[in-house]
Design a protein around this ligand. Sequence first.
Ligand SMILES: Cc1ncc(COP(=O)(O)O)c(C=O)c1O
Length: 385
Amino acid sequence: MFDFDQPLDRRLPDAYKWAVGVDELPMWVADMDFATAPSVKDALVERALHGAFGYSDVPDAWRGSVVSWWSRRHGLTLDPGELVFSTGVVAVLSSAVRALTNVHENVLVQPPVYNVFWNSVVNNGRHVVESPLLFDGARWSVDWDDLERKLADPQTSLMIVCNPHNPTGTIWSADELARIGELCERYGVVVVSDEIHCELTRPGMSHVPFAAASDTCRRISVTAASPSKAFNLAGLQSAYFFAADARLRHRVERQLNTDECAEPNSFAIAGAMAAYDEGEAWLDELREYLQRNKDEVERFLSERALGIRMCPSDATYLCWLDCRGVTHDDERLCQRLRETTGLVLSPGSQYGDAGRGFLRMNVGTRRELVRDGLDRLSRGILSFS
Ligand SMILES: Cc1ncc(COP(=O)(O)O)c(C=O)c1O
């Protein structure tokens, strides 16, 4: 019903992802090349045509849309009062770090993981403590002994969970999340669960919200989310967090306010409501399309035997490519791919040392460009070898 093969020229002067050379193909930052859902586009046009763009408020109707979405899509019952609007998920992370930890305390992350987690911690004068994930060739998993040892350090006060996980595309199980919650509670560590990728799961699969994994998880956590990844609305600056514990919520909300990240622009509410109220059919077709893109990458790499394989993944439109059969120097490989073929990928070590030897390829684009990207990748690897 929706045409995801339709070309869309994204080379606008302000397009961050597409600020590359004319012959280059950007498959890096997590931003898709599709126009958003028609319902969202219509709602934004209507809002623009209204013509007045004074200060905006967060209406109860927005709370209703978000609550209904989480109930329908993720089986999680939220109280509308638990929801707090934010201009971004990273804004929630940074404000939570400031509100819930002290200077020089440790914030635990699980690399390879979204690089901006480091910024939210380090820019606020806190330390990152890493508990790297383990990879057995089929699935990424938690190193439980290492995690417990680092959570037990009294200097560790916060853990950021990425659920589903960027860049590996791992969907954490309820048991894994409950075990994380149990350990965090034992050592007095608060959890911020970043669930921005939760809509983009393999068709037929869904993620488990951290807050749904156990009563403990619900009590000790703050969850940050947004329609921005699923509906390609990152530039709209429309996100939110929820926390069942009133004190926890209050502290993060106060900090978001102090950081001036708590007020929507004139389009943020209309866009989010149109996505959640009317974008479901579009999203489900998008997920099918993205899965076919990922399947194509996996098939191509296994047929061509280039020494690269795609790590199995159940979420996100990001392919996490294990290039260690070619080189462990992902930065040099990335640089060479760009120089020789114009393909722009993200080097794995950007996501921590645990990402060394990997590349991240964004396939949130039309199939024609995925094929172009694979062709460039194949030529680049052959010339690198
Ligand atoms: C895990 C994760 N969190 C947060 C963000 C960015 O969120 P926002 O643009 O709402 O700050 C991204 C973007 O790629 C992401 O992958």
